[in-house]
Design a protein around this ligand. Structure first.
Ligand SMILES: Cc1cc2nc3c(=O)[nH]c(=O)nc-3n(C[C@H](O)[C@H](O)[C@H](O)COP(=O)(O)O)c2cc1C
Length: 376
């Protein structure tokens, strides 16, 4: 049986599958359910010091469905962070760690750009017993209006400072969650590591407008006739998430933990994130659409894949596929070389092979199609 344990810093996940911050980790009862179903860890819904500043609307989701079968391929939300008081969260973190000591509980935290705020929220969650932290520097809607979330994640100086404030307030691992709404994700990720983060989570949702109702002419999700661009998730974002995770996998030092996410619905999706460098794989929307029980297929499918390839541990194949991502120039050169080899052409004198001399001579001849009648 392959070993699917993930050990990273002081955290040990019994499997790499982690509930991403969002509705599936929105209170103690939901998180307990996730643990009971078999998830290795949960990143709780993002918490801040002042929940009374958080005012959610309803409805706040919009689905993009496929034209043929109507399955959900994209999911937009305009949900904010937790509207529950930090005091309640502290109590629930304590209860959860007492009930599930072996499971990894990660606090997702977000604050305004003031050092004391980040220090206080980190220290309070630390004292409540969480195993690690994820800094939400990436929520794309609502909170950027207060200079939080994605607004901070797009500013490298802020990313570096926030990571420094949080990571120097705890001895536990601190992951910085990146926004995809940026040109080059490697830049804020490098800033986060300079600031002391030990891991990078990617990606948060992509700014989107899911559609416009052709009867009412109002964009979705429609609240009192109005809307705003929100965060896009689910399978439609997976190729973008895989690309961004691969950029992190190729650019970050090996000791940095990568927690990949975006559109994971089944084990084959999750395995691709590991092949491109992820240590853990997070899931939010699919857990909302399929339920927490989906983790059973994630585990079984991962173990089957590892058995088929003879991999004993996740380290045996983590990042394996990164070596096959290269430049376009290199692809062209490889193709020229492959064509030459297929044609049996020799570019260098020592490539001549006695058994292939006639084929190689022919392959090096340029006018092989000259009609016989044209010969003297
Ligand atoms: C309804 C909803 C609420 C979310 N809330 C949060 C949040 O509070 N904090 C956060 O860091 N990410 C939040 N996310 C983003 C997810 O954690 C995740 O980064 C994103 O949805 C991509 O993964 P997925 O395709 O598996 O959902 C939310 C996503 C959804 C769909």
């Amino acid at each position: 049986m392959p070993d699917i344990t993930v050990r990273t810093g002081s955290m040990t996940f019994e499997n790499p599958f982690v509930i991403a911050s969002g509705p599936p980790g929105t209170n103690r009862q939901m998180i307990a359910k996730a643990f009971k179903e078999g998830w290795g860890g949960v990143v709780a819904k993002t918490v801040s010091l002042e929940c009374d500043k958080v005012n959610n609307v309803a409805p706040r989701y919009a689905k993009l469905k496929s034209r043929e079968k109507g399955e959900v391929i994209g999911f937009q939300n305009i949900e904010l962070i937790s509207d529950r008081p930090i005091e309640i969260w502290e109590e629930e973190f304590r209860q959860l760690k007492a009930e599930f000591p072996e499971k990894m509980l990660i606090a997702s935290i977000m604050e305004e750009y003031e050092e004391w705020r980040w220090r206080e929220i980190t220290q309070r969650c630390d004292a409540a017993g969480v195993d690690g932290f994820e800094l939400n520097l990436s929520c794309p809607h609502g909170l950027p209006e207060r200079g939080m979330g994605g607004a901070m994640g797009q500013n490298t100086e802020m990313v570096e400072n926030v990571c420094r404030w949080a990571s120097s307030s705890t001895s536990k691992p601190v992951w910085a969650k990146m926004t995809p709404n940026i040109t080059d994700i490697r830049v804020p990720a490098a800033a986060a590591i300079r600031g002391g983060a030990s891991g990078i989570s990617a990606i948060n949702t992509i700014l989107s407008v899911t559609g416009v109702d052709l009867k009412t002419l109002r964009p979705y999700p429609t609240v009192e006739g109005y809307s705003l661009p929100g965060g896009y998730s689910c399978q439609a974002v997976r190729p973008i998430a895989l690309r961004m995770v691969s950029e992190l996998g190729r650019s970050l030092p090996r000791e940095v933990t990568i927690s990949g996410m975006g559109g994971v619905e089944c084990s084959s999706d999750a395995i691709q994130f590991i092949l491109l460098g992820s240590h853990t794989v997070q899931v939010c929307t699919a857990a909302m659409l399929q339920g927490f029980g989906m983790v059973k297929e994630l585990i079984a499918g991962l173990e089957k894949f590892m058995e088929e390839h003879g991999f004993a541990t996740l380290d045996d194949f983590r990042g394996h596929s990164l070596q096959y991502l290269t430049t376009h120039k290199d692809l062209v050169e490889r193709q020229v070389q492959a064509r030459r080899e297929r044609a049996g052409q020799s570019a260098r004198d020592n490539e001549w092979d006695g058994d292939k001399i006639t084929r190689q001579s022919e392959a090096l001849t340029s006018n092989t199609d000259t009609p016989a009648s044209a010969k003297p």
